[in-house]
Design a protein around this ligand. Structure first.
Ligand code: NAD
Ligand code: IPM
Ligand code: MN
Length: 350
């Protein structure tokens, strides 16, 4: 039997994950579901954001579905003890280097975007974000006091050729199954790591993927192009930090950050890590206002990529689409439904 570990986490994490849990129950699949503490919730109980036992449980699962971690109550902790550090530890331990972040605008939501409906209707971009390297993990890092008394904060952006090639390969493979185009995004004009990124992606393309159309773009221009004419993109391949920023931007193209799911994948037989791209949303936590669609669509990605249930994945996605078509909207989408009521609307279509 396949194993799914739920890590609801903090803030709206437990609220949106509860909807995915109800959906799972309704689907009545042959999947063993368990739950663990993660992030701030784990700090409160165990003093660490990711307990060894939970890490081991994640590695022994087929898929992990997390909610979100973090919040102001833990922001004063030492950096390596914060909820967010637990998330980085989990991603690294699972070695989920390829983060798939589809940004798809459902037809019913074209008018919920902050862009004109004609610019976002039918939008379907796939971000492939490198997830376990770059400036998030590069050494050295820290804050030091200089001899003149000034403090200096520093981080290191670093990529090796194999780190670049393994994630680029994922982007090229996925492009073959959809629009056949990859836009690789970096800042090769100012960063050596960006230059290496461009060279390695180009070399891999020439050797193994000449059938895929490859283009290159600087990250600043990419942000502008996403707001100007997002439909020009098919697959966007980029590094850890640029992928984080650009995929949040894409959230508004689809109507709300609360719509965007993600899948983080590593080796073919290794477990995948699934999560909404949004955070714990402290400003609305506990109010029942969170949009659960990103969590539900992340569950669908887990069913498809790690749990051997592509049919159930399609049913979940169709149920979200049907609920939106019927006018179901949480507040972020301009509606009035609570998280739970939005869950009811989705469940009605499963
Ligand atoms: P955020 O994504 O939590 O929220 C940004 C804005 O989007 C807020 O106004 C929020 O209310 C809204 N929003 C987010 N998700 C929503 C949803 N499902 N429905 C409706 N509205 C939604 O980003 P932030 O405020 O910058 O970060 C808050 C905390 O979350 C921080 O501690 C941050 O580190 C953490 N964070 C965690 C993750 C994760 O666990 N994967 C991701 C991003 C941020
Ligand atoms: C995300 C988040 C995380 C990231 C943080 C919470 C570590 O913003 O999943 O998008 O920056 O990767
Ligand atoms: Mn982010």
């Amino acid at each position: 039997m396949k194993k799914l570990l739920l890590l609801p986490g903090d803030g709206i994490g437990p609220e949106v994950t509860a909807v995915s849990r109800r959906l799972l129950a309704a689907l009545a699949l042959d999947i063993e579901v368990s739950e663990g503490l993660f992030g701030g919730a784990s700090i409160d109980a165990h003093g660490v954001p990711l307990a060894d036992a939970v890490k081991a449980q994640a590695l022994a699962s087929d898929a992990v579905l997390m909610g979100a971690v973090g919040g102001p109550q833990w922001a004063a902790q030492d950096y390596d003890k914060r909820p967010e550090a637990g998330l980085l530890q989990l991603r690294a331990a699972m070695d989920v280097f390829a983060n798939l972040r589809p940004a798809r605008c459902f037809a019913a939501l074209a008018d919920a975007s902050s862009l004109k409906p004609e610019l976002v209707a039918g939008l379907d971009i796939l971000f492939v974000r490198e997830l376990v390297g770059g400036v998030y993990f590069g050494q050295p890092r820290g804050i030091e006091t200089l001899p003149n008394g000034e403090r200096r904060g520093f981080n290191t952006q670093s990529y090796t050729s194999s780190e670049i090639r393994r994630v680029a390969r994922v982007a090229f493979e996925l492009a073959r199954g959809r629009g056949g185009r990859v836009c690789s995004v970096e800042k090769a004009n100012v960063m050596e790591s960006g230059l290496l990124w461009r060279e390695e992606v180009s070399a891999l393309h020439a050797a193994d993927y000449p059938d895929v159309a490859l283009s290159h773009m600087y990250a600043d221009n990419c942000a502008m192009q996403l707001a100007k004419w997002p439909a020009q993109f098919d697959v966007i391949l980029t590094d850890n930090l640029f992928g984080d920023i650009l995929s949040d931007l894409a959230g508004m193209l689809t109507g709300s950050l609360g719509m965007l799911p993600s899948a983080a994948l590593g080796a073919a037989d290794a477990p995948g890590l699934y999560e909404p791209i949004h955070g714990s949303a402290p400003d609305i936590a506990g109010l029942g206002l969170a949009n659960p669609c990103a969590s539900v669509l992340s569950l669908a990605m887990a069913l498809r990529h790690s749990l051997g249930e592509p049919g159930a994945a399609a049913r979940v996605e169709a149920a979200v689409e049907a609920a939106l078509d019927a006018g179901a909207r949480t507040r972020d989408l301009g509606g009035t439904l609570s998280t739970e009521a939005m869950g009811d609307a989705i469940l009605a279509g499963v």
